[in-house]
Design a protein. Structure first.
Ligand code: FPP
Length: 244
């Protein structure tokens, strides 16, 4: 879905975050990377709480990429353990806060108990309307685009779709993100300026904000500041500037 044009002064409806720098934050303090990930979960809680009062309707968090499987087994186990605990512990609070939780990414490679919890919490929160929290788990944008193309090809091969019916809307509808509008603002923490295979299709017209803080030190104030600065940017979607 393509987000509607919003004039200067409006806040972002959909904010997506690449939560980077857990490991570096911990290493700089002489601590294990796992401590950085644990602190990262605290910031996840803070940001989820801070988002609806800022007018955010969709919050997408990049929790685990298809490339993250290359990390040492120990670290992958720590992350999977944290995801599992998060799902068990936070389901009640998300539901009570009227937040819908959905996952994007290829969940079939994740441990079965986590897949089951993901299904349960999605089902439990599906009618919640205050905000949609989209968590990217085993997510890779290129894999998502390939999958969408394959699905469209199947439709064409079955005679249900003609090639000229394949347009941007059709491709968007076959993405994992089909439930939500495109992101207006993508934030990456830890000073890195890369997109890292995140929402490549959906972020075509998004604004980007790269902040110096590592994820474990990204406070609700930092978040509000970045979101507030978005309102002052002029989004042109390829059109001429209003300033001439
Ligand atoms: C990046 O830091 C962070 C991750 C790969 C994991 C992000 C996960 C969380 C914050 C917790 C889980 C979230 C949810 C929604 C339950 P890094 O390890 O790449 O840091 P580095 O670049 O300094 O090494």
């Amino acid at each position: 879905m393509v987000s509607t044009r919003r004039g200067t002064g409006a806040g972002p409806r959909h904010v997506a975050i690449i939560m980077d720098g857990n490991g570096r934050w911990a290493a700089r303090r002489g601590m294990a990377r796992s401590i950085g990930h644990r602190r990262g979960i605290d910031r996840v809680r803070d940001v989820i709480k801070a988002a609806p009062p800022l007018g955010i309707e969709v919050l997408t968090l990049f929790a685990f990429s298809t490339e993250n499987w290359r990390r040492p087994n120990y670290e992958i186990d720590v992350l999977m353990g944290l995801f599992k605990r998060y799902l068990v512990r936070e389901a009640d609070e998300l539901d009570a806060g009227d937040i819908r939780l959905v996952f994007i990414g290829d969940r079939t490679r994740l441990p079965l108990d986590i897949q089951r919890l993901m299904d349960q919490v999605e089902e439990r929160t599906r009618h919640n309307a205050r905000m949609t929290l989209q968590v990217a788990l085993n997510y890779g944008s290129r894999a998502e685009i390939v999958r969408a193309a394959q699905r469209l090809a199947v439709e064409v091969a079955a005679g249900r779709l003609s090639p000229d019916e394949i347009d941007e809307a059709a491709l968007s509808q076959h993405m994992w993100t089909s439930l939500v509008p495109d992101p207006d603002l993508v934030i990456r923490t830890s000073g890195e300026m890369r997109v890292s295979n995140f929402l490549l299709w959906q972020a075509a017209y998004a604004e980007f904000a790269f902040v110096e803080e590592c994820w474990p030190e990204f406070t609700p104030d930092n978040f509000a500041q970045v979101v507030g600065s978005f309102a002052h940017r002029e989004r042109r979607y390829g059109a001429a500037t209003a300033r001439g």
